[in-house]
Design a protein around this ligand. Structure first.
Ligand code: SAM
Ligand code: SF4
Ligand code: SF4
Length: 378
């Protein structure tokens, strides 16, 4: 087998976020160079994780010597909330907390309470969700709900215990994640979504067992194409199982009907289980496929990502962020922070997935310089 070369570079290069000469007022009407609004903010609250999924934080790289961020580098909850308020003033309606493993961040409920108090430009509460590996969810679900979290997405790559333990690479049992999902449902954090990253040859035989398990439970299972994010996972196209193939395999057992997207900029293509008349059987539920590799959805991508140490990334595949922490800690006013965010978004032209097929292998954001998903969040 060819030796796998893992580039060991620090991807955390940031541009200083400049204050524009002409202020960009927060009107909620911000658009980037392709006319895309800003609606969705993903906040990474830690770069650490208790799992070592090989497609995200492979053990060989994320070992005991890995230089995780020191505590002082992390944004405090007050700093996160202050920045989030400016993003919301520019039109953000949905906030997703992620990481690393967000439930490892101490007192995360306190941050959720602060974010839940924010209001959109229309005066409505934000949609606040969290993506977790589920390992600590059984313990924390009730407190998260009480703090104002509305929903959770749980990552789960298979039901077979041996397959799951291999994929998380820390020997974590599947039963505890299933307990976490049940606890989230009981706590009112539903509808729970379950994300399964599909790697051909590793867990694609788990597609049907997962569908059988979650069908009719109210939990929405979504299949994600294995992506070439970061610089360390040794991604190969032949390990990607296209969503079209996932749908074909499901259709061998179940009749499916396409459903409308639930919101503009929605990443998942939705399919409903059909009844005998070919209509969506609502009680059987739905599944989703996220085709980040085979079907680009950059055209209406309205997502910004805030890294653990306060850098804004405009694309999952970006190699550079814009440092807001320096402004924040340098005493910038709320207006100045909003202006900097507005200016950064107005300059955005990223559409990596759309260009992926047409790019020379090493153009755009070279894999060796791309930022890790565990750092900016999924
Ligand atoms: N630790 C949490 C979790 O696993 O849910 C949150 C962070 S994780 C980076 C967010 C999501 O990114 C997870 O659903 C994970 O499966 C997905 N992910 C990570 N690396 C990926 C890759 N190379 N391709 C596709 N999805 C990936
Ligand atoms: Fe951790 Fe989530 Fe990455 Fe897995 S996907 S290593 S659980 S951050
Ligand atoms: Fe958005 Fe970048 Fe993904 Fe395209 S590749 S959908 S711009 S995050």
């Amino acid at each position: 087998m060819a030796e796998r070369v893992i580039p060991l570079v620090d991807q955390r290069h940031a541009l200083a976020a400049a204050l524009p000469t002409r202020p960009v007022a927060a009107t909620g009407l911000l658009a980037d160079t392709l006319g895309r609004p800003l609606r969705d903010l993903r906040i990474s609250v830690t770069d650490r994780c208790n799992f070592r999924c090989s497609y995200c934080m492979p053990k060989e790289v994320f070992d005991k010597d890995y230089p995780y961020l020191p505590h002082a580098s992390l944004l405090t909850f007050e700093e996160i909330t202050r920045l989030a308020r400016q993003f919301v003033a520019h039109g953000v309606q949905k906030i997703r907390l992620t990481g690393g493993e967000p439930l490892l961040r101490k007192n995360i409920e306190v941050l959720i309470e602060q974010l839940a108090a924010l209001r959109t430009v229309d005066g409505t509460p934000l949609d606040i969700t969290l993506t977790t590996n589920g390992s600590l969810l059984a313990r924390k679900a009730r407190a998260l709900r009480a703090a104002g979290l509305q929903r959770v997405t749980v990552s789960l790559d298979g039901l077979d215990d041996a397959v799951f333990r291999r994929m998380n690479d820390v020997d974590f049992p599947v039963a505890e994640v299933l307990e976490g999902i049940a606890a989230a449902r009981e706590a009112g954090l539903g509808p729970v979504k379950v994300n399964m990253v599909v790697k051909r040859g590793t867990n694609d035989h788990e597609i049907l067992p997962m569908a059988r398990h979650f069908r009719g439970t109210g939990t929405v299972l979504r299949f994600i194409e294995y992506m070439d994010v970061g610089a360390t996972n040794g991604w190969r196209m032949d390990e990607v199982l296209p969503s079209a193939e996932v749908i074909r395999r499901l259709q061998a057992e179940y009749a499916l009907v396409p459903l409308e997207p639930s919101a503009p900029g929605e990443t998942a293509e939705r399919w409903g289980y059909a009844d005998a008349n070919g209509q969506h059987a609502a009680q059987a539920g739905e599944i989703g496929v996220i085709s980040s590799v085979t079907q680009a959805f950059c055209g209406d991508c309205n997502r910004a990502r805030l890294s653990t140490e306060g850098q804004v990334y405009l694309c999952l595949f970006a190699s550079q962020g814009h440092d807001l922490r320096a402004l924040l800690r340098g005493g910038a006013s709320d207006e100045a922070l909003a202006s900097a965010i507005g200016h950064i978004w107005q300059g955005r032209s990223d559409r990596y997935s759309q260009l992926r097929g047409t790019l020379a292998p090493d153009s755009a954001a070279p894999a060796g310089r791309r930022v890790e998903m565990s750092y900016i969040g999924g």
